[in-house]
Design a protein around this ligand. Structure first.
Ligand SMILES: Nc1nc2c(ncn2[C@@H]2O[C@H](COP(=O)(O)OP(=O)(O)OP(=O)(O)O)[C@@H](O)[C@H]2O)c(=O)[nH]1
Ligand SMILES: [Mg+2]
Length: 371
């Protein structure tokens, strides 16, 4: 999150994971990169190396992790050296409701993606960036894979396709209670060209026999390089993190170390409002709805946010508003609490409901709403 906004750790009660702890002694001076059998500092040409080594000698940098004040780019920065940083894209795929967003949040130790017991909650690819002094892993949550029925679905599957293309490692997430045959068909149809780990989730609701049966089922499948059991809900992901590191290549980071996502604050705000709609309304209402943040003004004492809740029909508008405005007030109260925790500021939230017939089928509307 750029722009000085605190990460949303207050949101879901997530404890920062052990692997999440970042070095406190500043930016890396350089990374050591493997070139054939040699190690070479990244970002320097060979003819600059003698000068670099001389500067290191003067500054008394002898070993990786030595800390020093360097006069670097005319800035005084604390710096240190990293050895063989690993970095890469880990993309999560699965059917709706498998727990992909819960897993992203658990790995990040922060709530980035909204979660609900209903299917098709996630509509975008959401990247979480996890940086330590050992690695930078970019973890992508994706929409659950479905047969598209309308244009919004097509856009959602487009997001999945993009993630299939740039993964270094695919995490194929399975809800241990769902039909393994069906997920097997789906995973086979993906025709993955990158290594994949089958991640069996929700082990907190399954006994040892069920786990053994799942292992026997997925073992030996063509796409399956390894099987890991997790409970994303309970944050039991240590073994998965170790497995991820086995598959991530050595390389330089893609993002600055203080970035936790590539998406703007407005996106997260609109998602928090959408999450409340999934929680408060039954049946089809959430699927006909999207949220667009139209105003975001930082004032001295608070942030003023205006958002449109978009629905397809007048009847849906009156359901969202509720009797004497009861429901929209509730959305506002619930969403504001999360947004305030996320931004670490007081928020004035104003919600409007707008009817846009067939917005889910309309390219112009879809684009305007960020799909
Ligand atoms: N018992 C249990 N429930 C879980 C676990 N992980 C996720 N869930 C629940 O499963 C439901 C769906 O979780 P999500 O993370 O929204 O699933 P998703 O795969 O992102 O779903 P879509 O975005 O719709 O594709 C929620 O009610 C979660 O609380 C788990 O490890 N154990
Ligand atoms: Mg999701």
């Amino acid at each position: 999150m750029k722009g000085g906004i605190e990460p949303p750790s207050a949101l879901g009660g997530y404890e920062p994971n052990e692997h999440k702890k970042r070095p406190s002694h500043g930016r890396p001076l350089f990374w050591l990169r493997r070139e054939g059998s040699n190690l070479r500092p990244s970002g320097y040409e060979p003819d600059e190396l003698p000068l670099l080594y001389f500067a290191m000698w003067v500054a008394n940098i002898r070993r990786p992790q030595d800390t020093v004040q360097t006069n670097f780019n005319e800035l005084i920065l604390p710096a240190y050296i990293l050895t063989l940083l690993k970095s890469g894209f880990v993309n999560i795929f699965g059917r709706p409701n498998a727990g992909k967003s819960t897993l992203l949040n658990a790995l990040m130790g922060e709530k980035l993606a909204i979660v609900s017991p209903k299917v098709q909650t996630t509509r975008h690819r959401i990247k979480g960036i996890l940086t330590t002094d050992q690695y930078q892993v970019i973890i992508s949550d994706t929409p659950g894979i479905i047969d598209p029925k309308y244009k919004l679905h097509e856009k959602m599957m487009h997001a999945v396709k993009g993630a299939l293309e740039d993964a270094d490692l695919a995490l194929l997430l399975v809800d241990i209670r769902e039909s393994w045959e069906e997920v097997d068909n789906l995973f086979s149809a993906l025709r993955l060209r990158v290594p994949a780990v089958v991640v069996i989730n929700k082990t907190d609701v399954a006994g040892p026999e069920k786990k053994a049966a799942a292992e026997a089922f997925f073992k030996g499948k063509k796409y399956c390089r390894k099987i890991v059991f997790i409970s994303a809900l309970k944050g039991q992901t240590e073994e998965l993190m170790q497995t991820i590191m086995e598959f991530i290549p050595e390389g330089e980071p893609f993002f600055a170390e203080d970035e936790i996502s590539d998406l703007p604050t407005k996106f997260f705000v609109s998602e928090m409002i959408r999450e409340k709609i999934y929680a408060l309304f039954e049946e089809e209402i959430p699927y006909h709805t999207t949220v667009l943040v139209t105003e975001f003004k930082e004032k001295s004492t608070l942030i003023k946010i205006g958002a449109d809740i978009i629905v397809q029909r007048d009847t849906q508008k009156s359901i969202i508003i509720g009797e004497k405005g009861k429901m929209i007030r509730q959305i506002g109260i619930d969403a504001r609490a999360d947004i305030e925790a996320f931004l670490g500021r007081k928020v004035f939230l104003e919600l409007f409901v707008k009817v846009r017939p067939k917005w889910r089928e309309n390219d112009t509307f879809l684009r305007e709403y960020g799909y």
